[in-house]
Design a protein around this ligand. Sequence first.
Ligand code: BD4
Length: 275
Amino acid sequence: GYAFKKESLELTYEVGDDIGSGNFAVVRRVTYRDSGQEYAAKFIRKRRGGGRKGARMEDIHKEISILRSLDHRNVISLYEVFETSQEVILILELVTGGELFDHISRKDHLGEEEASAFIGQILHGLKHLHDNNIAHLDLKPENIMLLDRNSQSIKLIDFGLAQRISEKEDIRALMGTAEFIAPEVVSYERLSLATDMWSIGVITYILLSGASPFLGDSQQETYHNITALNYEFDQEYFENTSDLAKDFIRRLFVKNPRKRATVDDCINHAWIRPK
Ligand SMILES: Cc1ccc2c(c1)c1c3c(c(C)cc1n2CCCN)C(=O)NC3=O
């Protein structure tokens, strides 16, 4: 277990507005009283007694231990942790550029140069995770945030589903968000670092076209499209997209995780390599 600060958070931080919420967690802007520096505080409800509401302490400890083992400019930093009887509070680096998701929706889709630059940064952050045998397992545009309004620097956030991947233990499905999950998640097979690479393919497809490759009218239809690799480069969206970009995506939409492009394969792919 970790020694989390028991003193009240409010002594050191002024708590500001809610900026987001997820399962069992609320994220709020906070200001460190002594310096005026702003941070993001993730308030995670602890599961009490036999209830189902709240996160299990082992999952909270896992997220903290994973964040503490990472240090990269494209990965959000964890500064300190507080604990009360009801909650565990993570003091995280604040990023103010909004979600990559918003950036896409404002423009509908991005040009190849800009898309390749964003994906390159996401890959560098992901390489840091994968070099440490950590899989994010919930990569999607909402979990990729821009450092600030006018920069193209991105940070990977939200490690609530992240897992240490090791040959011995067999990790099975933690459902991420349907349209971004790999076939092995749908079929409840072993998850691996390759599971993140499939999601990179989905994110790249969306950045270039504004369309989601496997999204169906129902979750079941989406799952079927994923396991059947039922996608296409619709001329309507991809007529001006380079063959190099399509090749990059094709190497990620591979059913067998062992045959799927790795993070290093992607970083060295001609569509990404610095021009
Ligand atoms: C300015 C702003 C607005 C919304 C934010 C954040 C920052 C934010 C942040 C984080 C997380 C986990 C969620 C966050 N959210 C919630 C939405 C993220 N998909 C975080 O770790 N740092 C943030 O700045």
